[in-house]
Design a binder for this molecule. Structure first.
Ligand SMILES: [Zn+2]
Length: 285
């Protein structure tokens, strides 16, 4: 089974044909997806989508949405939902959380302080609820690692998770792995010019890599639209059905068969997000 460890199935881009998107993916062998929330206003729809389609989900406050509501209210809502749905087997992680050091509007001192505060508080919640985390890493790997180390050193370690759409250095990758993380690879790896990502996908230990689409974002090269096409109104929408073809790039880079790639990345996903295992087992029994 292919597992898409990061798919925003609740996004409005899928409103018109969500059921078809899921069934297309299933037909291509993508038997499981993890749907991460980005802001409290989407918690209920993310959970409902996971429930309706037999998928799994994560709850968190994404750095791009830190201004949606007061930080205290957002954190209280997250804690309340993690508590209320603690026994829901489909809830597999806290996410998508993290730090974005790229989007210009988020680089003011006030925004950076708010991002750090929400990230740190959500790590505490993850540790307290015993859930792994799904991390948004955008030029922010060292700052993310710093707070993860702090949690560990203060005796409240976060139980690992996934550094999604990873594009850091080998050293940063190794440090994430030491803290119990897997690294997420997707459409970006299919571009020949993405040399650093392809080197990572080639060199990292085999148990470090999970696959993801980040649909509807991060389209693989065969769906990519140039700036010209986009300004002419053409849009590309990534879908979980693309995962096996994205995986072919990983297989080629590593010299693996496609079956080996499927088995290894599935085992890695189950190790990163242990609550996935019973859900996946029920599917295959
Ligand atoms: Zn995402």
């Amino acid at each position: 089974m292919w597992i898409d460890t990061h798919c925003h199935l609740d996004a409005p881009e899928f409103d018109a044909d969500r059921a078809e998107v899921v069934s297309r993916a299933r037909q291509a062998g993508v038997g499981m997806m993890v749907v991460p929330a980005v802001t409290p206003s989407t918690f209920a729809t993310v959970r409902a989508a996971a429930d309706m389609f037999g998928l799994t989900y994560a709850l968190g406050i994404h750095p791009l949405f830190v201004h949606d509501m007061s930080a205290d209210d957002a954190l209280a809502m997250l804690d309340e939902h993690l508590t209320r749905w603690r026994d829901d087997p489909r809830l597999v992680a806290v996410g998508e959380i993290g730090l974005d050091f790229f989007v210009p509007a988020l680089q003011t001192p006030a925004s950076l302080a708010l991002q750090e505060r929400l990230y740190g508080a959500q790590l505490e919640l993850a540790a307290r609820h015993g859930l792994p985390v799904i991390l948004h890493v955008r030029r922010s790997a060292d700052a993310l690692l710093k707070q993860l180390r702090r949690c560990r050193d203060e005796g409240r370690p976060v139980p690992g998770g996934i550094a999604h759409a990873f594009n850091g250095s080998h050293q940063q990758a190794r440090t994430f792995m030491e803290l119990g993380f897997k690294l997420g690879f997707g459409g970006a790896m299919t571009f020949e010019r993405a040399q650093q990502i392809r080197r990572l996908a080639t060199d990292l230990p085999e148990d470090a890599i999970v696959l993801e689409t980040d649909a509807p974002d991060i389209p693989p090269h065969w769906l990519y639209k140039t700036a010209e096409q986009r300004s002419a109104g053409e849009r590309s929408r990534n879908e979980p059905v693309e995962l096996p073809r994205i995986a072919e790039t990983l297989a080629t880079l590593r010299g693996w068969s496609l079956a080996q790639t499927e088995a290894q990345t599935m085992a890695n996903a189950l190790a990163a997000l242990p609550r996935l295992r019973p859900v996946v087992q029920r599917l295959s029994s």
